[in-house]
Ligand binder design. Structure first.
Ligand code: ADP
Length: 250
């Protein structure tokens, strides 16, 4: 599904991502771990098209996508969420989800005047989809609550819901567990697993919560100082002395 080849990213004279290469197979949940400053978020930004790499290439679904914008990648089914949720805090949870599908007919002033019926029909379809996502995430009771008033965990679930409003193929989750209480965390794990197994989403997730990594992720990739240190199953990666050393040096 995704193939990174010798990716490099510099900030000024500092090399944040240093010749990173790995493949992500369709249908997997890949865990990306490593100490702070290892380059994980920068790598996500490269994959999601936030900025182009200095060198190296990215292939997505067999197609060269290096340098494509995040918008273009979104249309191809590559979706990311953020460590700090990016909700529209004054809109309700339902409205936040309804915003996601691109190119809705209601966005056109022209269509609103001349094809009002078509606009309403499209909106009703998007609204149905949003309710389905809210039901799946067990958030229907806060559907009409402003997103800014939701708890940290509910916002994380809402972020996951945004991916359900698209034809997502590959979802990049940036620290889904951060700021989420234990009860919601278990729910979040279940939802990620169901989206993977039943909807066929492929995930890459950056996470510091090792319990979540252990439960959900295979393979696990550990980065340090911009490089891929090791890739393997959770036990192998955890037992590798280089991984321990990288964390100790944090
Ligand atoms: P991680 O997500 O693994 O904690 P990051 O990708 O956030 O690591 O950061 C890797 C390194 O790149 C860090 O040393 C960080 O300070 C640096 N860095 C990240 N983004 C920028 C930026 N926009 N400008 C300058 N340095 C950056």
């Amino acid at each position: 599904m995704l193939e990174l080849d010798q990716l490099v990213m510099d900030f000024g004279g500092f090399r944040a991502v240093d010749r990173c290469s790995f493949r992500v197979e369709a249908g997997t949940i890949t865990g990306l771990i490593g100490p702070n400053g290892a380059g994980k978020t920068t790598l996500f930004n490269l994959i999601a098209g936030a900025f182009p790499p200095v060198s190296g290439s990215i292939r997505f679904l067999g197609e060269e996508v290096t340098g494509l914008s995040s918008d273009a990648l979104f249309h191809k089914g590559l979706v990311r969420t953020f460590q700090i949720p990016h909700e529209f805090h004054r809109l309700t949870a339902l409205e936040n989800l309804m915003m996601v599908p691109p190119a809705q007919p209601g966005e056109s002033l022209f269509a609103n005047w001349l094809s009002w019926g078509r606009v309403r029909a499209a909106e009703a379809k998007v609204e149905r989809l949003a309710w389905e996502a809210l039901e799946f995430l067990e958030l229907t009771h806060v559907a009409h609550e402003r997103a800014g008033n939701l708890s940290g965990g509910q916002k994380k679930l809402l972020e996951l819901g945004r991916t359900m409003m698209t034809d997502a193929r590959l979802v990049l989750l940036d620290e889904p567990a951060a700021g989420v209480n234990r009860t919601l965390l278990r729910k979040l794990e279940d939802k990620i697993r169901i989206l993977n197994e039943e909807r066929g989403y492929t995930f890459i997730l950056i996470e510091h919560d090792m319990e979540m990594i252990q439960k959900l992720c295979a393979p696990v990739i550990c980065m340090a100082e911009g490089k891929v240190l090791i890739e393997g199953d959770f036990q192998t990666v955890r037992a590798d002395p280089r991984v321990l050393e990288a964390y100790l040096g944090e």
